[in-house]
Ligand binder design. Sequence first.
Ligand code: 4NP
Length: 151
Amino acid sequence: MKVLMVCLGNICRSPMAEGIMRHKLEKHKIKGLVDSAGTANYHVGENPDDRAIAMAQKYGINISQLIGRQFNVNDFDNFDRIYVMDASNYQNIIRLARNETDKAKVKLILDEIYPDQGMSVPDPYYGGDEGFENVYSLLEQACECIAQRLK
Ligand code: 4NP
């Protein structure tokens, strides 16, 4: 199972999701590969935001070495599932899809815990630490749900 986590900048939400999902696969002894990417190119080559690194570290997950990259069309071939954080990411990725197979891989990550509600993981970039705590909590629940179904 190859899973790609996608947000806008690839420095806050999707690197946290990547770290949490990798941790879940290890915990449940599930074979798989996890990566993350941004729809935008603003932060390509950068490590995650310090607040995202600190939040993951608080729960024993090290994401400090991850490096931002932009989503590209080859990701449709390289991954089985593409989890997006919000409705805007969803539109941006769907726009790049070449066919129905590509489109079928793209899912809102919070649909895992709140099916068919179209909920988004809020962008924490311009807010305070409580935003990162909320993002962590949502992603932790969603990734646990994904892992349980993969077992
Ligand atoms: P992310 O957060 O999409 O969760 O990585 C953001 C990071 C950077 C920006 C916006 C959102 N930005 O505008 O630079």
